[in-house]
Write a protein that binds this ligand. Structure first.
Ligand SMILES: C[S@@+](CC[C@H](N)C(=O)[O-])C[C@H]1O[C@@H](n2cnc3c(N)ncnc32)[C@H](O)[C@@H]1O
Length: 429
């Protein structure tokens, strides 16, 4: 192994401890990967299907491992993530001693402040938290621009959002506001019971759970309604970085088995999938995005719904379950988007028949032009935002300490523009 990849003493010591606790590592070990922190490296040839890590139940951290007198003090609807985060924040060193080597391998709060948009300064689209010091900053108040991608912020610079007649469940949109609500509620719930709990430490542990937990349901329990309440932290297995590979993580009463879903050579990084997530979701929830991501897409909902000719036509979309979640990837737009485009110019009755298979009234050229117009609107948003962001960097609206984050956002906006352009070209084929 190259010395640059060496994980360092803290990780070596922790790995020895984890193996002594019954964790089994098969041809993998932690290593350092530029831009990805720690990850897992193959120490030998691994074939797809080989198990790479086993983690026994005895070593994992779940809500069941927290003393019931601690758990039971919180309001009934307090989420498991909040309870575990509060436990990790408030328990004595003695109670947490069994995990102490593991905690040293986790990222720092500064790492989260650098990578997670929800903790970024408000000038870059971050939220206001108990420790935010820029809430009253006049430069921030004066800033008219939003720099986060619309799927993360729910905001636009070049279009007036509006015209939405129905509330609906969005996929991967408005992410930072939803996170804000989740963390805000968690904070209120724990503060109601532990008024002097430390915000920085609590939010740090909440983010550790957000970025490192695995799905877990104890063998004698029902799966909770919300999968976010089925959380476990797994020592050692939490070194795996994400890639758009298949996922093979199984658990039973004995513990977890993580298997490779691709072949790897010695020296390759071995990945696990955190799910089929678009880049905006990865950025908001995990603090990174990928150069190549087959699951990447953006959503046209705000553009389409404010372009829709009448409330009646929007109602047609709603009644026929085509309201919202209009996705685009570099290969084109989704079927829902094509159907919405048809309703822009078709008579309602023809359109309803079209849903049943009729082509009466369908004009492919018109549909293509409409969709291309929507994609141009999104690409123009990318241009407007990149230009505003560059200006804010030059003028000091985004302080120099945050230029790294701004550059990262510019990279994402370039990807967004390129998705619009490739999807538009694909329409003409
Ligand atoms: C489960 S941890 C993986 C271990 C982590 N890299 C570390 O240094 O401890 C998840 C975090 O790893 C980072 N990460 C995961 N996959 C990544 C990738 N493909 N590229 C860059 N960072 C990644 C992100 O910071 C994410 O929040």
């Amino acid at each position: 192994m190259s010395s640059d990849w060496s994980p360092g003493e803290v990780h070596e010591t922790f790995s020895e401890w984890a193996l002594a606790q019954g964790v089994i590592a098969n041809k993998v070990r932690p290593a350092r990967f530029p831009g990805r922190g720690l990850g897992m490296i193959a120490t030998d040839t691994i074939k797809s299907g080989d198990f790479v890590v086993k983690v026994p139940t005895t070593t994992i951290l779940t809500a069941d491992k927290i003393p019931s007198e601690f758990r039971s003090q919180f309001p009934e609807d307090t989420r498991i993530q909040a309870i575990i985060a509060a436990y990790l924040t408030c328990s004595s060193e003695e109670d947490l001693a069994p995990y102490s080597l593991w905690f040293k391998t986790w990222p720092t709060r500064q790492d989260f402040e650098d990578s997670m948009p929800m903790l970024w300064p408000r000038s870059l689209g971050g939220l206001t938290w108990p420790d935010s010091d820029d809430a009253a900053d006049p430069a921030v108040a004066a800033s008219q621009s939003n720099f986060l991608p619309p799927c993360i912020s729910g905001l636009w610079n070049s279009i007036q959002k509006g015209g939405v007649t129905r509330q609906y469940e969005t996929e991967h949109q408005d992410l930072v506001q939803q996170q804000g609500l989740r963390l805000g509620k968690a904070w209120n719930d724990v503060v109601s019971v532990i008024p002097d709990i430390d915000w920085k430490s609590f939010s740090y542990h909440w983010l550790i759970l957000n970025t490192r937990s695995f799905y877990w349901v104890a063998p004698d329990q029902e799966a909770p309604e919300d999968r976010n309440d089925a959380m476990a932290l797994l020592p050692f297995a939490d070194y795996f970085n994400h890639s758009d590979v298949e996922c093979d993580v199984k658990f039973d009463g004995d513990g977890y088995t993580l298997s490779a879903t691709e072949d790897y050579e010695a020296g390759d990084e071995v990945y696990m999938s955190y799910g089929s997530h678009p880049n905006d979701f990865l950025l908001a929830e995990y603090g990174f995005f990928m150069d190549k991501n087959d699951s990447d897409c953006i959503y046209l909902d705000d553009i389409i719904l404010c372009d829709f000719p009448s409330a009646e036509k929007q109602e047609e979309l709603w009644l026929n379950q085509y309201y919202g979640n209009y996705s685009v990837n570099s290969e084109g737009v989704c079927y829902r988007t094509e159907i919405a485009a048809c309703l822009m110019y078709m008579e309602e009755e023809d359109w309803r028949n079209h849903l049943e298979g009729s082509t009466e009234g369908v004009d492919e050229k018109k549909s293509e032009d409409i969709i291309k117009g929507w994609l141009r609107t999104y690409a123009a948003e990318a241009d407007a935002t990149m230009s505003a962001l560059r200006k804010a960097m030059e003028s000091g609206g985004v302080p120099e300490t945050h230029h790294g984050k701004a550059e990262y956002l510019l990279r994402r906006w370039k990807q967004i523009k390129s998705i619009c352009e490739s999807a538009s070209s694909a329409l003409s084929l």
